[in-house]
Each structure stands twice: as C-alpha cells, then as structure tokens.
Design a protein around this ligand. Structure first.
Ligand SMILES: [Zn+2]
Length: 303
C-alpha cells in the first residue's frame, strides 16, 4: 500500500514508484518504502554490511524506541508501528538519512549492488508486479525469460472450463435454498443471493479446477446470472405451493402459466436483476483483473 506521506517523501528524494512501493537509490543504498497495516516499512540494502554496521543501526533504532526490525542479506527492514497517529515522516526521513550516510562514509567507493546477483554493475530500479527490484542487465534478461516461460506454461494449462462451470452450478445450489427460505419466511426478495451465487460459484469453480482466467471469471458471472432467475422461479413456486397446501406440480405449472402470475414473476425477476447488477459488474471487473496473468516487469514509474 502507498499512502500520501510515504509518496511525498519518495517524491522529495527523487524516487520512483510501483503499485505499492516507493523505491530508489539514496547514496549507495537501494531503498524501498511502503505502508502496511498500522505500520510504515522502510527497507535499506547497502553494498556491504558487517557486525559493527548492524550494531550502529540497532543503537540508532533503540534510541528512537523502534522495536521491530528484520535483517536481510545486506539489508534491514525497519517497521514503524502506528497506533493512533501515523508515524512521523520526518522521523523516518532522519533515520533513513542517518543510516545511508553511515554506509556512504564507511564504504565510500561502493556502488549499489544488483539485488539478485550482488554484482556491482550498472543496475536500475524495476517494478515487478507489486514489489520492486534493483537489477543488472543480466538479471533483468533472466527475469524476463523466466516470465516468458511462466506465461507459456500458464497458456498451456488444461482448460477445464466445463468442469469449472459444473462446479459453479453445483456450489450455487445452497444460494437457491437460501433465496427460497428468505422468500418463504421473510417474504423478502433475496437480493443478497446474487452475492451468494458469486461467492459459492467461485468456490465451486475452483474446487472443480476451472482455469483461473478472464473467461473463467465470465463463466462464474454467467452462472450467477442464470441462478438469480432460477432462484426467484423456485422461490416463487415454493410460495404458491405453500398457499395451495399441496405438492401438486401440474397445478403449479398451470398457475405459473396464468398471465397475471407470469407478470408478477417477471416483475420480481426484473427487481432481482436490478438490485444485483452493480454487484455483478463490480465482480466481473474484480475477478477478471485478479485472474489475468498479471506478472510483468517494467521500469518503476515517476511519482
Ligand atoms: Zn544481477
């Protein structure tokens, strides 16, 4: 996540950004900053790091009452916990500068290292999905090759759309039962059932190993749309049967065929679709986006 405070500091430092991080080179360190849940996170990777460097940083953190940190290969992750108020950006900036200036003085000739292979050669800041990396041209090429291969493998996955469709249908049945119960006992049109069909449908689709692709998302939405209509029809029939006090299916069909009953049923179905449509459109975008093959690598963009 990226909130305005970190973004502003990143801009001030001439950093770039990815979807969720601010990232750049400061002195001879590779630096990432981002917001977490009730915390801000600062990651600093230096060209070298030894025990005296670590001791120096730990002292600094103690002085500032920062309790959470994690050592990485040539780097440290510092967590600034936030309880009621956001953590001061000025304090974060001070700590960041104190640390990178320490590394600059200690290793004046070192330049930032490629984050993957550790070589000190021309590297640049890249955005890789949600995170970021500092990569040399060799590692960049390797990363791109890996992505190409992964993409091909993804394309060649068996396309189990049919089994996914069946799974979505089967798992939607509880949604119909809930629609009927709401209709019978609360006399309420079950607008909420659209949500159930999508949630259950998604579960069924995945359980039956449907391929998670944009087409798969469309299948789940289509099943949901069909189920909304079926749910209302079944619920409506249940209400009629309750009033008839008999389970006479022939009589039920006759009644459903009556023009005025048909009209009322139609009106109910239209209302159900009207109240569901926004949810369905939002889900269509959300699942499609989530299930797209979204891994890529590109230069981090300006803030
Ligand atoms: Zn490299």
């Amino acid at each position: 996540m990226l909130w305005p405070g970190i973004k502003k500091l990143g801009k001030e430092l001439g950093f770039k950004r990815t979807n969720s991080q601010v990232v750049g080179i400061l002195k001879n360190c590779f630096v990432r900053m981002y917001d977490g849940k009730n915390m801000k996170i600062l990651e600093i990777f230096s060209p070298e790091i030894d025990d005296t460097d670590k001791e120096y940083i730990l002292n600094l953190l103690n002085q500032n009452k920062i309790k959470k940190n994690e050592w990485k290969n040539n780097g440290i992750i510092i967590i600034f916990e936030e309880y009621i108020r956001p953590y001061s950006i000025i304090k974060i900036k001070n700590i960041l500068f104190t640390i990178v200036e320490h590394f600059e003085q200690k290793y004046p000739d070192a330049i930032p290292k490629c984050h993957k292979c550790g070589e000190q050669k021309n590297a640049d800041v890249y955005s890789t999905g949600n995170t970021s990396d500092f990569l040399c041209s060799d590692c960049l090429r390797r990363y791109k090759n890996d992505l190409d291969r992964e993409y091909l493998e993804y394309q060649q996955l068996p396309t189990n759309y049919l089994s996914g469709f069946i799974g979505a249908l089967l798992f939607s049945i509880p949604g119909i039962i809930i629609t009927v119960l709401l209709f019978l006992f609360l006399d309420r049109l079950a607008a909420v059932s659209a949500i159930l069909y999508i949630v259950f449908g998604m579960k069924g689709y995945k359980t039956f190993k449907g391929k998670t692709s944009p087409l798969g998302a469309l299948i789940i939405i289509a099943v949901g749309i069909i189920m909304i209509g079926i749910g209302i029809l079944v619920a409506y029939s249940a209400v009629i049967l309750r009033e008839l006090k008999t389970f006479d299916i022939d009589l039920l069909i006759q009644i459903l065929k009556m023009p005025e009953v048909g009209k009322e049923l139609q009106a109910n179905i239209i209302i159900a679709y009207t109240v569901s449509i926004f949810y369905i459109i939002i889900q269509l975008f959300q699942i499609t986006r989530e299930w797209k093959f979204s891994k890529n690598i590109q230069k981090a963009r300006d803030i």
